[in-house]
Design a protein around this ligand. Structure first.
Ligand code: NAD
Ligand code: 0WE
Length: 264
């Protein structure tokens, strides 16, 4: 028996084999969960459909999280296929590229701010609203992905830091909404991982090195490690945990300066 045997999970945010959502799906599959997927845009359709099939899933639906109609259509189809839902994974973040390159006050625009918050923070609320009725009476679990740029500044993360701060606060408020129904909501704050979302970022290599040096574990974390934590948080093992941001960052966030950084 796997830790997630008999549980049905909707996974939003698979774009490639490097996606954190891919690693979560893979870990969930190993623990016996039944999976359904959404993908953003026609370009990803075949790729995500093939990956879903490899995990034994034939539920793979288009969804741009900026569209309430897309989100409604996903859940209307899901209701036809499944009698309920146990797990919602939200692994989506986006800001226009110009927002993530340069001095915060210089590059942040009203429209960039709006898009970052809509796609990266509001979309979790929109999905949670629709997931809620399907999670009644089955101790559901909602999980999103965040980053420490919500708590401390670093170059170029800019408006994404604000969107992640909003997302983390939203996890607490969503927990309050659905807690009386036995449903939990949490976030995983992951250390930097090389994914599509990280590929366009200037000096990401340098950041990975600095991160490993400051982290207590003296290395970066893997997407598979995020997947394992997601299994725990969405399993009945974590039945007492809600409204939390759990760090999977090798201890980076608690260290102001490491011995390695003191060398010249
Ligand atoms: P990724 O590029 O593989 O995943 C991002 C996903 O967001 C993609 O699947 C993309 O299709 C989806 N997306 C973007 N805009 C969308 C829209 N309008 N509608 C539907 N889907 C949309 O990168 P990732 O690193 O796996 O990112 C997943 C999550 O993890 C994000 O929330 C990111 O902020 C977070 N995160 C990433 C890191 C990192 O270093 N990679 C660290 C901490 C947190
Ligand atoms: O949340 C993220 C990445 C989010 C992201 C990435 C992109 C690149 C392509 C959001 N929007 C876009 N828009 C694009 O056009 N991470 C946690 C990874 C990340 O991004 C950074 C980081 C880290 C870490 C940006 C600057 C500094 C550090």
């Amino acid at each position: 028996m796997g830790l997630l045997s008999g549980k049905k999970a909707l996974i939003v945010g698979v774009a490639s084999k490097h996606s954190i959502a891919w690693a979560i799906a893979d870990a969930f599959h190993k623990e016996g969960a039944e999976l359904a997927f959404t993908y953003q845009g026609d370009k990803l359709k075949d790729r995500v459909t093939d990956m879903a099939a490899q995990w034994g899933s034939d539920i793979c639906l288009p969804c741009d999280v900026a569209s309430d109609e897309d989100i409604a259509a996903v859940f209307s189809t899901l209701k036809e296929r499944w009698d309920g839902l146990d797990i919602l994974i939200h692994s989506v973040g986006f800001a226009p590229a110009e927002e993530l390159d340069g001095d915060y006050l210089s590059v942040t625009s009203r429209e960039g701010f709006r898009i970052a918050h809509d796609i990266s923070a509001y979309s979790f609320v929109a999905l949670a609203k629709e997931a809620r009725p399907m999670m009644q009476g089955r101790n559901g679990s909602m999980l999103t992905l965040t980053y420490h740029g919500s708590q401390q500044t670093l170059p170029n993360y800019n408006v994404m830091g604000l969107a992640k701060a909003s997302l983390e606060a939203s996890v607490r408020y969503i927990s309050g909404s659905v807690g009386p129904e036995g449903i939990r909501a949490n976030a995983i704050s992951a250390g930097p991982i090389r994914t599509l979302a990280a590929s366009g970022i200037k000096s990401f290599r340098k950041m990975l090195k600095k991160n490993a040096d400051r982290a207590a574990l003296k290395r970066n974390i893997t997407a598979a490690e995020v997947g394992q934590t997601a299994v725990f948080l969405c399993s009945d093992m974590a039945s007492g945990i809600t409204a939390q941001t759990i760090y999977v960052d090798g201890g980076f966030n608690t260290c102001a300066m490491s011995a390695e950084e003191m060398v010249d």
